[in-house]
Design a protein. Structure first.
Length: 297
C-alpha cells in the first residue's frame, strides 16, 4: 500500500516550513555524498541525500511494475511537491542523469494525479544493478510515479541517476529545427506528423538529437547526416525500435526496447512519418543551398 494522493498533498503543504529549514540555499554535505541540484524559479539549491532521507515527508513507498527494474520495487522516497516549492508556472522540467540521459518532462504531468516522487538510494544499502552488464543502480535519485496510468506517463519519463533538475522552455521552442513543415499536406497527414514529433520529443529526445537540435548526446542524430528511415528497411527499423538487440548488439549497446506498452503501433507509425518528413525537409534544404551556390557562381 502507498499513501493516498490527498495525504500526499497535505503532507507536501505541511512540510513547506520544514523544507525551508532543511533545504537552505547551500546544503552542507560530505564531499563525496550524492546531491541533487535544482535550478528553478526562485529556487537554486543543492539537496544532499542524507538531508532528503531525514526529511519529514520522506516515506517508504511501493512501486508496482517499475520500468527500470521490471518488477515491484520498494523505496525511501519524498513527494516531488515537497522539494519543488512552486510548480504553477513551470513549462518543462529537464532531468539530467549521470549517464548523459536528458528527459524534458512537461510541467503539466507534475500537476496531474500521477503522483511523482523522488526515490532516494540509502548510503550503504544500494539498490540492485540495472542489468547484468552494469554494476550501477538507478540511484542515487530516481523519479518514480505511483499512478502513471492516470496521465499517460511513459517509461522515458522515469529518469534515474538524476544529478540535476532545471526549469526550461519546451524542446521545440528552444530547438525550432525540430519543427516539421507540412504546408500543402492534407489535415490527416499534418496531424500524423505533429503526433510523430511529440513521440520523438517524448520517446527519442532523451538520447538523440535531430538536425542538431536537442539536449542529449547518448545516441546519434536522427536526421544528420541521414535519417534511419533512409538507411534501414522499414521492417528492420521497426524491429530495431521494438527489439534493438535482435538487429544489432554489442557490449556497450544502450538502446532500450520500446514495446507496445511504451509506444503503440499507431504511435510508431506516426514517429516514422515524422522522421520521413524531416528527411524530406533536410533534402529540400540541401537542394536550396546547392541551387543558391550555383546561382552565385
Amino acid at each position: 500500500m502507498h499513501p493516498s494522493f490527498s495525504f500526499i498533498l497535505r503532507l507536501a503543504l505541511t512540510s513547506v516550513i520544514a523544507a525551508c529549514a532543511l533545504f537552505g540555499t547551500t546544503t552542507l554535505h560530505a564531499d563525496n555524498e550524492p546531491t541533487l541540484t535544482l535550478s528553478l524559479p526562485n529556487q537554486e539549491q543543492k539537496l544532499a541525500r542524507s538531508n532528503l532521507l531525514r526529511h519529514t515527508a520522506t516515506h517508504t513507498i511501493t512501486v508496482p511494475d517499475d520500468p527500470a527494474y521490471k518488477r515491484t520495487m520498494t523505496y525511501q522516497a519524498i513527494p516531488f511537491a515537497a522539494i519543488v516549492r512552486d510548480m504553477r508556472h513551470i513549462d518543462t522540467l529537464q532531468f539530467t542523469s549521470a549517464d548523459g540521459f536528458v528527459a524534458n518532462i512537461p510541467g503539466e504531468l507534475f500537476r496531474s494525479a500521477s503522483e511523482p516522487w523522488i526515490a532516494i538510494e540509502p548510503a550503504g544499502r544500494p539498490w540492485p544493478a540495472l542489468s547484468s552488464d552494469s554494476l550501477r543502480s538507478a540511484g542515487a535519485f530516481y523519479l518514480v510515479w505511483l499512478t502513471p496510468e492516470k496521465s499517460g506517463v511513459k517509461a522515458e519519463q522515469w529518469p534515474f541517476q538524476i544529478i540535476s533538475i532545471r526549469n526550461v522552455e519546451a524542446l521545440t521552442v528552444r530547438y525550432p529545427q525540430l519543427l516539421p513543415g507540412t504546408e500543402g499536406q492534407d489535415e490527416d497527414a499534418q496531424a500524423a506528423v505533429q503526433r510523430g514529433m511529440q513521440q520523438f520529443v517524448m520517446q527519442c529526445a532523451s538520447c538523440h538529437r535531430l538536425n542538431g537540435g536537442g539536449d542529449a548526446d547518448v545516441g546519434p542524430d536522427l536526421n544528420l547526416p541521414f535519417s534511419p528511415t533512409e538507411y534501414f528497411q522499414e521492417a528492420y527499423l521497426r524491429k530495431l525500435i521494438r527489439h534493438p538487440a535482435a538487429v544489432r548488439n554489442w557490449p556497450q549497446a544502450r538502446m532500450p526496447a520500446f514495446g507496445e506498452a511504451v509506444i503503440s503501433d499507431n504511435e510508431l507509425d506516426d514517429l516514422l512519418t515524422y522522421l520521413q518528413q524531416m528527411a524530406r525537409q533536410r533534402d529540400r534544404g540541401r537542394s536550396t543551398n546547392r541551387d543558391a551556390t550555383i546561382t552565385q557562381e
